[in-house]
Design a protein around this ligand. Structure first.
Ligand SMILES: [Zn+2]
Ligand SMILES: [Zn+2]
Length: 349
């Protein structure tokens, strides 16, 4: 069994574009209808493309390496590999039917819409995490009929539009000829049956607009602009999967602290005398008050590091708190102080 990357003549880290380019070039070159074409090679190229152009299959292939379908249990699964595909037809299908959801399956998975929301959180919540409840108006399972679409006591009867088949034929005219596609019946949502009396609230759609409270967990250490995905909390749709909810987090600035990677930074005013003599300070942090030692002779701009008081990481460790010292110079000196400074000067400071 040949290596798919070798078949397409690409590197193992090739991008999707590179894979597609290599595939097109080789598929045209080996197309059996062409003079000098090679059906065996063409099949090989197609097979490699089927796998490498699909993220999931590619990952599986990368992991399990060169095993083939005959490798038995634990071997590589080809999924619904179809073997042979006409290059140009593939492109035409893609153009006219708006993508095919991966190689192989022509039927697109029905799915509710994804919802995007924005959440503003205080700086502290971004550092330590929190939970939020957000009210969202969206299409969700109809409460009146519990998502059955039926009125009380209604019976299921065969759908008239598709005669119980669940699908109807959809024909499109194009420059290349007539294309017929089998699509899901819109009247019964692909089920073949419909209730003889529909739920009045959702009109048989099984979903209706309503307000729902969504629980959003803000993980600790989240950064401004990060997006939290909550699977299955988007909009519902009849006979399909529910969409996802995406919450973009906006972190409000803090008056004292700033974020630098997983470190917290702050500025600390230190009077000249404290810089000269050293001392101790209690700082209000985002948690408990913290005692910080001001080393004797600290310079302006020096950074004092308090380990493990920064932003939590996923592994449980934390960044540091970095305190920039700003030495406050006196603007006016009393005659007493002047005399003292003169003493300092004599000592060579
Ligand atoms: Zn209903
Ligand atoms: Zn129908």
């Amino acid at each position: 069994m040949k290596d798919y990357y070798d078949v397409l003549g690409i590197a193992r880290n090739a991008s999707k574009d590179e894979i597609k380019k290599a595939y097109r070039k080789l598929a045209h070159q080996f197309h059996p209808d062409k003079k000098g074409g090679d059906e065996a090679k063409f099949k090989e190229v197609n097979e490699a493309y089927q796998i490498l152009s699909d993220d999931g299959k590619r990952a599986q292939y990368d992991q399990f390496g060169r095993t083939g379908p005959s490798a038995g249990p634990g071997g590589f699964d080809f999924g619904n590999f179809q073997g042979f595909e006409d290059v140009d037809m593939g492109d035409i299908f893609e153009t006219f039917f708006g993508g095919r959801g991966g190689q192989g399956g022509r039927k697109r998975q029905k799915r509710g819409r994804d919802i995007s929301i924005d959440i503003e959180i205080p700086f502290q919540e971004a550092v330590f995490g929190s939970e939020r409840r957000v009210l969202i108006r969206k299409f969700a399972t109809c409460d009146t009929c519990s998502g059955t679409g039926k009125a009380d006591g209604a019976k299921e009867v065969a759908c008239e539009q598709c005669r119980g088949a669940g699908t109807v034929r959809d024909t499109k005219q194009s420059f290349f000829g007539t294309f017929t596609q089998v699509v899901e019946c819109s009247a019964c949502g692909g089920r073949g049956n419909i209730p003889d009396k529909k739920c009045k609230h959702c009109n048989g759609d099984e979903v209706a607009v309503k307000s729902e409270e969504i629980h959003v967990i803000i993980p600790q250490g989240i950064e401004n602009g990060e997006v939290i995905r909550i699977a299955g909390q988007g909009e519902a749709t009849r006979g399909g999967e529910t969409g996802d909810l995406y919450a973009k987090v906006h972190v409000l600035a803090h008056s004292v602290f700033k974020r630098l990677g997983h470190d917290l930074t702050m500025k600390l005013d230190v009077p000249l005398s404290e810089a000269l003599l050293g001392g101790e300070r209690v700082i209000n942090t985002l948690e408990n008050p913290l005692k910080v030692k001001i080393p004797q002779g600290v310079s302006d701009g020096e950074v004092l590091k308090v380990r493990g008081k920064g932003i939590p990481r996923e592994d449980g460790s934390r960044g540091d708190l970095l305190i920039s010292v700003i030495i406050k110079m006196p603007k006016k000196l009393s005659s007493n102080v002047k005399a003292l400074i003169e003493e300092l000067k004599k000592e060579g400071y």
